[in-house]
Design a protein around this ligand. Structure first.
Ligand code: FMN
Length: 160
């Protein structure tokens, strides 16, 4: 079966990104998490960021109802986590894998940056919703990022 969107995906894929795990607590108190590369920083004052969720994704309703979410930016050796949360019904996070900050959403303990966000705005945009979050707490370290480019993972960056 040919993918009618392949040419557009190929063009979008020329923009190299990092990879993040977006997570929230659903209405039953269960964690939901998925792999995303649509992260963008938006504003410094107030501190805002965004990512986009596809309206067909299983976790869609949870993120539409949650008051906040966490984003854990992955390091170069975390491809397995990215694959895990890009699949349907991923193995749930175990207690040793996450920590909770302000919003109740789980942040991965292993990350190169973490953001805990309250929902600032939701904007419907085609087959996605843009989730703008106000950063209530964040951190970062100097470890090497996991990079996503042209539908493939790449480890690390070479400075120019
Ligand atoms: C590299 C990569 C980046 C992704 N980025 C996004 C994203 O930004 N937004 C999104 O809704 N889904 C994104 N996805 C897809 C979700 O991870 C996937 O749809 C979700 O984990 C659950 O799958 P489901 O649609 O079968 O429920 C991405 C997947 C991969 C592999």
């Amino acid at each position: 079966m040919t993918d009618e969107f392949r040419p557009l995906k190929n063009a979008f894929g020329k923009f190299a990104t990092g990879i993040a795990i977006a997570s929230c607590v659903d209405a039953n108190g269960d964690f939901r998490a998925l792999t995303v590369n649509s992260f963008t920083s938006v504003s410094l004052k107030p501190a805002l960021l965004l990512w986009c969720i596809e309206n067909k994704t299983a976790a869609y309703t949870s993120f539409m109802e949650a008051n906040g979410y966490a984003l854990s930016i992955l390091g170069a050796d975390q491809t397995a986590l990215s694959n895990r949360f890009a699949g349907r019904d991923p193995e749930p996070l175990s207690k040793s894998e996450y920590e909770i900050w302000e919003t109740g959403a789980p942040l991965l303990k292993s990350r190169i940056a973490g953001f805990d966000c309250r929902i600032h705005r939701r904007h419907k945009a085609g087959d996605h919703v843009i989730l703008v979050g106000e950063v209530v707490r964040f951190d970062s370290n100097d470890e090497t990022p996991l990079v996503y480019y042209a539908s493939q993972y790449h480890a690390g960056l070479t400075a120019k």
